[in-house]
Structures are given as structure tokens and as C-alpha cells.
Design a protein around this ligand. Structure first.
Ligand code: NAD
Ligand code: MN
Length: 508
């Protein structure tokens, strides 16, 4: 599955792509009712790739109506889970067959390196969809403890119409994480991709139709978050929203729910995740490799990137030296060149935000020890992997989620100090602990307030393990694992009275 083509082959595919530009609603590509479009660009070249349908509330209302009709018809919601499985597995096979096109679409729309998409994002997306397809017909419900006189059935039911609002940093993978379990559970799903990166989702929707997902069951609606996102958030007939993106917008989604029909809300938000190198850390070469990967993978546009390196002072100098060495292996440039591990920032706005943070870091007195500048590669939005030393916890770059390739280094004098500093953040999504002493590592993992803590390597877990955040990093539920089904199902009690009730004649 990890087959990489050459740069020229990828460019040839890119040149031949005719992107889908309309929303996929009720089984058909549909333009916005208003006729409006907006441009989507390839941030690595500055080129406008396509004009995408810019939908609004009218289109959302229509989509929800169709999704609701499909749900009520039972064509998917009451289909045998085993049949849903077959169809979703067919989708996975179709995606696999069309992998080069999907991978290139993803890369040119987002600036992500093709190497990363082909070897990580894409195979993991297929694995995720297949996992939920397979899980759907293996979920047993429950019966309550009782006597012979009664029985309580505790059953899960699909919620109805479910919306998934996606970020731009892992467009396909986030679609898999959310639409996978939502569909497997029998819901009608409306995906709203980030406006920067809608094209791969549209192609997946088309393939879903080809695989046999009935019209109205899987819809992709494109357009600005401020209109389409808000219309979904406030809709009275959407039963649940799963959102990944910024904490600021996540809060708003919660407000939309509170002000409308109290739809279930799950939020996966930002992070300011620590990599914590304790006194007993060993294998510093491997630690350096993992620290670099944890920070710079996907150009730092990753909610679980480990953007704060908290290191025991005894290891600091050596670790920094090795980090510099490792950085040399991360080539940056044309995302369609599989030699490159780093691509472009997703948009000019985001590029400017990240560059501003680098300026603020300098102004507040931190010292740049690597990168610190934009790279002049064609018209792309490339930023050199940047490392700040001499960072204090009160600095802006130590507190804000930058979401770009900017690592801050904090040296500490004890493991306790390391853990307190790790927890000194409003976020709590992910953390990594490096420590060769098993008990100490596990104790630290227990004390760090984060939804996922990895010991001795950088990893987010896999499809079997729940993913989500403490504190401002999340709300309401978890993605991945069987836990994700909780987001997309209601729990119903059906109480059965099994008693023999003889009516006492004397009372009549
Ligand atoms: P965002 O939160 O603005 O966008 C996420 C999604 O929400 C997109 O689909 C967007 O169209 C939609 N949206 C925007 N406004 C909305 C609204 N008012 N109502 C409903 N939906 C709306 O994130 P962004 O602008 O793409 O990125 C900004 C910052 O968010 C980043 O710098 C980063 O800090 C964070 N972020 C986090 C993640 C993550 O994985 N947790 C992903 C992307 C961005
Ligand atoms: Mn784009």
C-alpha cells in the first residue's frame, strides 16, 4: 500500500485532474442555489485549482431535508449492519483503486507532502473506514439485571442526521474518523470539509455513491464555515455534530447547540502538547528523532504536535545537538516530490499567523536556534522548521497553539518541575514522556493531564484507541476506537414487563 510514484508521475496525475467542484447532495453533484463559488488554491504554487460551490443556509436546509428523508426511509438506517458493512468495504476498495488521484488531490489542495499522504494519512484513512465497517455488525447491545418479571433492553440507535465539520490539516483522515463510525452506525451524514481543502471529500462522496451508499445518506456540503458551519450548528433537525478545529470555533458550535435543539456536540480542538524528557531518559538519538517528528510532521499543522520540548537540564545540550542533526533529514519543498518530508503552509493567512508568532518569539526575548524564516521556494508558503531556545513559560510562543513548525525548548531541573510545566497549559490533548525507568515513566503518564500520553515514542495511538482532549482541547466524546460510536448513537431503554398479573377479583 505504501507505493510511492516519482515526482514526475505525481505531477502528471496532478495535471490530469479534473476536480469535483460542486457539493454532493442526495447522491448528485449540486451547485450552490445562489450560484456562488469561491477559489481553492494550491498553497505550494499559489495557483487557483478550482472554483468550489459556496453554499449557504438554503443549501444546508435542502441537504438536511434529503438526509432526513433518507434516514426515515430506513434505506440505510434500518439496513442490516452486515449489509452496511459490505457497502462500506466496497468504498474502501474503490478508494484504494483510486489512491493516486485521491492522494494527489489531497496534496495539491493542502500543501501536504505526498510522501506523508501516501505512507501515513491515506493508508490510515482506509484502515479507519474498514475498521468501522467491520465493527458495525459486531456491536452487541445489553440487557439489564432483573428478575423473571421484567427485562430491560438497552439498545443503541443511530441518531438521525449527523454533521461532521472537518479541519484542513488532515482532510481525508478526519473524514474517515468521523464519517466512518457515523455511517457504520446507520446515520445520514453531512460532511462539511474545511473550505481550504474540500476536493478529496467530494471525490470520496462520489465513490461512496458508486459503492452503493444510497442517495441522501452521505453528503458533502462545501462553503465558508461562517455560513455553512453556522447553518449546520444551529439546525433544528441535526442530531449531532462532530467538530475538529480551533477552540474558538468549537466554543461557538457548543453555543449553536445550546441556542437551538441541544444537538449532541463533540469537539476535538487545539493543543500545546509537551514532549517531556525526564532525568532517566535514554537513547537520546531516538528521542531526538521522535521529538523532531512529533513537532514538524505535517509542518506542525497538527493538533497533537509536540510543540513544547520540556527537557531535564542534564540532557539538554546533547539532545539539542542531535535534534539539529535529525532536522537535516527533513527536506522541504514541492509537496509532490516524494523526497520532501515537509510541504507548504495551508494558506497565506495561516502562513502570516505563523510568521507573526516567530516575530513575537524574537521580540519577547527567546532565541532562534534553527530556522526562523520563510523559504523562497517558487510562490509557495514554506516556513523553515524553527526552534526557539531560552523560552520562559509566560512567553506567547510558550502558551499559544501556533499550529506551524515552531518548537519551544524549556529546560528544567527535576522531573516534578517537568510535569508541572507540562500541565501548565489551558490545553490537554497529547503528551510524550521519555524515560527508561518503567515505573517513573508510567507515573508521569498518569500525572499529565492529556487525552493521550505516549511513552518513549511519538504516537497518537491507533484506530483502536480513543482520541480526544482534556481541558480546552476537547469536549463531549472521543474519536476512534469503539468509543466513537457513542458520538453517533442514542441509548434507549426498552422495558419489558414479563410478570403475570392476576387481577384480584375481591377489589373489583
Ligand atoms: P477553524 O476552527 O476556523 O475551522 C475548522 C472548521 O470549522 C472548518 O471546516 C471551518 O470551515 C469551520 N468553521 C469556521 N467557522 C465556523 C463557524 N462559525 N461555525 C461552524 N463552523 C465553522 O480552524 P482554521 O481556521 O482552519 O484554523 C485555525 C486554527 O485552528 C489553527 O491555527 C489551529 O490552531 C486550529 N486547528 C486545529 C485543528 C485540530 O486538528 N484540532 C485543525 C485545524 C485547525
Ligand atoms: Mn486548497
Amino acid at each position: 500500500m505504501h507505493d510511492l510514484l516519482s515526482r514526475d508521475e505525481y505531477h502528471a496525475i496532478a495535471d490530469g485532474i479534473v476536480p469535483m467542484t460542486n457539493s454532493y447532495i442526495n447522491g448528485k453533484f449540486t451547485s450552490a442555489k445562489s450560484g456562488k463559488t469561491y477559489p481553492t488554491t494550491n498553497p505550494a504554487t499559489g495557483e487557483v485549482i478550482a472554483e468550489i460551490a459556496s453554499c449557504d443556509k438554503t443549501d444546508v436546509d435542502y441537504t438536511v431535508k434529503k438526509a432526513r428523508q433518507a434516514f426515515e426511509s430506513g434505506v440505510w438506517s434500518r439496513m442490516h449492519p452486515g449489509e452496511r458493512k459490505e457497502i462500506l468495504i466496497r468504498l474502501v476498495k474503490l478508494m484504494k483503486r483510486n489512491r493516486y488521484e485521491l492522494q494527489v488531490l489531497e496534496s495539491i489542495d493542502s500543501g501536504k507532502p505526498i510522501r506523508e499522504i501516501a505512507t501515513i494519512d491515506f493508508p490510515e484513512t482506509l484502515e479507519c473506514l474498514a475498521w468501522y465497517a467491520e465493527a458495525g455488525d459486531k456491536l452487541y447491545d445489553q440487557i439489564s439485571p432483573s428478575t423473571d418479571d421484567a427485562m430491560g433492553l438497552i439498545v443503541r440507535e443511530p441518531i438521525g442526521v449527523v454533521a461532521c465539520i472537518l479541519p484542513w490539516n488532515f482532510p481525508l483522515q478526519m473524514l474517515g474518523w468521523k464519517a466512518g463510525p457515523a455511517l457504520a452506525a446507520g446515520n445520514s451524514v453531512i460532511v462539511k470539509p474545511a473550505s481550504e481543502t474540500s476536493m478529496s471529500a467530494l471525490r470520496v462522496a462520489e465513490l461512496a455513491g458508486e459503492a452503493g451508499v444510497p442517495p441522501g445518506v452521505f453528503n458533502v456540503i462545501t462553503g465558508p464555515g461562517s455560513t455553512v458551519g453556522e447553518a449546520l450548528g444551529t439546525h433544528e433537525d441535526i442530531g449531532a455534530i462532530s467538530f475538529t478545529g480551533s477552540t474558538e470555533i468549537g466554543r461557538r458550535v457548543l453555543e449553536y447547540s445550546a441556542g437551538s435543539n441541544l444537538k449532541k456536540v463533540t469537539l476535538e480542538l487545539g493543543g500545546k502538547n509537551p514532549a517531556v524528557v525526564l532525568e532517566d531518559a535514554e537513547e537520546l538519538d531516538y528521542v531526538a528523532d521522535q521529538v523532531v517528528r512529533a513537532m514538524f510532521w505535517n509542518m506542525g499543522e497538527n493538533c497533537s504536535s509536540n510543540s513544547r520540548l520540556i527537557v531535564h537540564r542534564k540532557h539538554k545540550e546533547e539532545l539539542c545537538r542531535r535534534i539539529h542533526d535529525k532536522l537535516r533529514d527533513w527536506k522541504i519543498g514541492d509537496p509532490l516530490d516524494p523526497q520532501n518530508g515537509l510541504g507548504s503552509m495551508v494558506s497565506k493567512k495561516h502562513f502570516d499567523d505563523v510568521m507573526r508568532y516567530i516575530e513575537v518569539g524574537r521580540k519577547e526575548g527567546a532565541e532562534v536556534i534553527a530556522g526562523g524564516e520563510a523559504l523562497d521556494i517558487g510562490s509557495g508558503l514554506f516556513i523553515a522548521p524553527t526552534i526557539f531556545d531560552k523560552v520562559t513559560p509566560d512567553m506567547t510562543i510558550a502558551k499559544d497553539e501556533i499550529f506551524g513548525p515552531v518548537l519551544t525548548i524549556h529546560s528544567v531541573g527535576s522531573d516534578d518541575e517537568a510535569i508541572s510545566l507540562a500541565n501548565d497549559t489551558v490545553y490537554g490533548l497529547h503528551a510524550t514522556v521519555f524515560c527508561a525507568h518503567g515505573k517513573k515513566a508510567l507515573r508521569a503518564a498518569r500525572r499529565i493531564q492529556a487525552g493521550t500520553v505516549t511513552v518513549n515514542s511519538y504516537c497518537e495511538g491507533d484506530i483502536t484507541t480513543p482520541f480526544g482532549g482534556y481541558k480546552l482541547s476537547g469536549f463531549g466524546g472521543r474519536d476512534n476506537g469503539l468509543h466513537a460510536f457513542d458520538q453517533y448513537t442514542e441509548t434507549k431503554t426498552i422495558w419489558l414487563d414479563l410478570g403475570e398479573h392476576e387481577i384480584d377479583a375481591r377489589l373489583e
